[in-house]
Structures are given as C-alpha cells and as structure tokens.
Design a binder for this molecule. Sequence first.
Ligand code: BGC
Length: 380
Amino acid sequence: MRRRFVVALGGAVLALGMAACSGEGAVGGGDTAGRQPTDLTIGVSMPTQTSERWIADGNAVKEKLTAKGYKVDLQYAGDDIPTQSQQIDQMITQGADVLVVAAIDGTALSGQLQAAAEAKIPVIAYDRLIRDSPNVDFYVSFDNYKVGVAQATALLVGLGLQGEDGGKGTAAGPFTIELFAGSLDDNNAHFFFDGAMDTLKPFLDRGTLRVASGQTKIEQVAILRWQQETAQKRMEDLLTSSYHDGARVDGVLSPYDGLSRGIITALQNAGYGSSGRTMPVVTGQDAEIASVKLINDGVQDSTIFKDTRLLAEQAVVAAEAFLKDSKPQANDTTTYDNGVKVVPAYLLPVQTVYKDDITPALVDSGYWTAEEVASGRAKG
Ligand code: BGC
C-alpha cells in the first residue's frame, strides 16, 4: 500500500514546543467570564454553501458550541461580499460575544472588524486569514503552505517523477502540465500556490516539467471565487489554445476539488479518459465526496484531506478561551502576517489522499462512509 504523505507540521516538536505560546490581542469583552454559556452567543460567518466543506465546517462549529450550551448564530453569505459584511454587522448589533469568520474576500472586512473591536468582541479568523486589520485576534487553520507543497508533490508522484517517500521516481519526463490557483482575494490561495511553485520550480527550471500555455503567474491562473465553471472554461480555453495540434497535457495542478471537477469535465469532453487516452494527473483539496469517488474510480489522482472536525474543534477551543477572558494557545506566532500584524495561529496538519488512502484516512476515521464513497454523494 502506498505510504501516506502526512504533513505533520514538524509533528510533536511543534505541538509540544509551541503549545506554550499564547495568542496576543484583544481579550473578550471582559464581561463574559462570569456568564453562563446559555447567555452567550457566538456569531459564525461562513462564505458559501456551494462547497461541501463550508457546510461541514459550519455544522461542526455549531454542533460543538451548542453541545456546550452556547447560542450560535450561523450565517452563510452565498459568496457575496456585501452579504457577508451585512451578516457580520448584524451579529455585532445583536450582541455577539465572539465572532468566528471565514472570509470571502480577506481584505473586505476591516470596517466590520473595527466595529467588533469597539464593541470588544474578539474575532477568530476561520481557515482564511482576514487581512489589513489590527482587529483579528486569532487564526485557526491548516498549514496552508504545506497544502501547496503536498499538492505539487502529489502531482510529481502521480507523474512518476518522485516517489511517495520523497525519493526519485521511475519516470524521466519531460511532462507537460497546466497550473491553477484559487481566488486571489483569499489569502490561502497565495500560500497554496507558493508552496506548490517552490516544489515544482526545480523541475520547471530543468525542463522536466513544461507549462505549454506559458501561464505560470498566480494572476494568470487564479480562479475567482474558486468557481468550478470558471475552471472548466479556463481548461477548455487552454486545450484549444495550447493543445490543438494533438499535444498531450500530462498533469494539472488544481488547488481545490471543485476546480478539479471542472477541469476533469473539460478534459473528458476533449477525449481524455477514453479511447486509450489516459487522464492527466489531476490534484485537489478538501476530500469532497464527489472527488473522493473520482479518486476511487481512478479519474482524479489525489486530494488533500483537511479534517474540518478538528478545525471546528480548535475554533471552539479558541472561542471558549476568549469567553473565559483568557487567550487561546497558538502553535504558530510568526507565519501569518495580515499586513498590519502577525496573527497568532493554531495550525493543523494535512494529509494527501491517493486511492489507497481513502479507506484508512476517510472511511475508518468516519469522515465518509464506504457507501458515500461508492455513490459520490453525502448522506447528509
Ligand atoms: C480553503 C480550501 C478551499 C477553498 C475553496 C480555501 O480558503 O482553505 O480548503 O478549498 O478555500 O473553498
């Protein structure tokens, strides 16, 4: 069985060594510590329900807080920036005691965060850093740079240029690839792309990998709002412009399963995956159920699993710390500069999932059932 590529953030060393660091920044309203959970409300602002992961995140945060007796105001913003701003404004005026926010546009919430600070409401940035504001008190996420490293590594492994153990692969190349990135207004998209490009650079420099379109800058390959249809259209355009003469695309770096599905549709419509034309190696992220099925069926090559249950748990731990007028514990106090300050963060490890990893990583851990993997649909 393939060895799982676990990015463990330096594993135990970091977990133990950094656990002592505590977050800086505002501490609660000061009047929440003595109050009962049933008296306290946590506003949870999520970007969209079009992607499974945010539904899972929202539900998990809500369930965990509700189980502890807190009131939860969970809102989804339909990937619309004004809607998210309004929802947060409303949470503030309705007296939220802590805010947990996964921003659509990481630079668009300074006004809301200022209002939160004036009302002494601590703000936890959830998965996506909120930029350009001094009023972000804590950040819970995964190691986003390492997500990008893991995606590029999966591409190299899929092409046979590298072994899963990091050693030399069995293939020599050269291979032709195309690159995709997420939404430019999402801070994570830059971390993913940087991690991926740092990993691919030696291969691109040597000519072992070649980007036929020549589009290698994040501005050229980014997909606004992480839209599947936009990714499909870009892949179709690339196939028309750079692969019309029978040239083959061997791999596609995709940073998110939704984009991967759009890319795969474009490739299939162009004849890949049938009549002896094998599918290119396509990467992903989030272990969305439709993509896990595609991996199981040998259509998509890999995804990056980020356990949203653990992230939700960390958000709850941080929220409770603020509510008890203390500071959440960070395990990273250097990486996430939001343009105004370095935000103390708690980062979780990520795991690459190839076909062989579906059962141990996703089914045995209860993330998806074997039936869901087979059908490609979440039972809900
Ligand atoms: C998240 C990814 C997700 C993407 C699109 C990013 O901010 O970190 O997990 O795939 O947004 O929703």
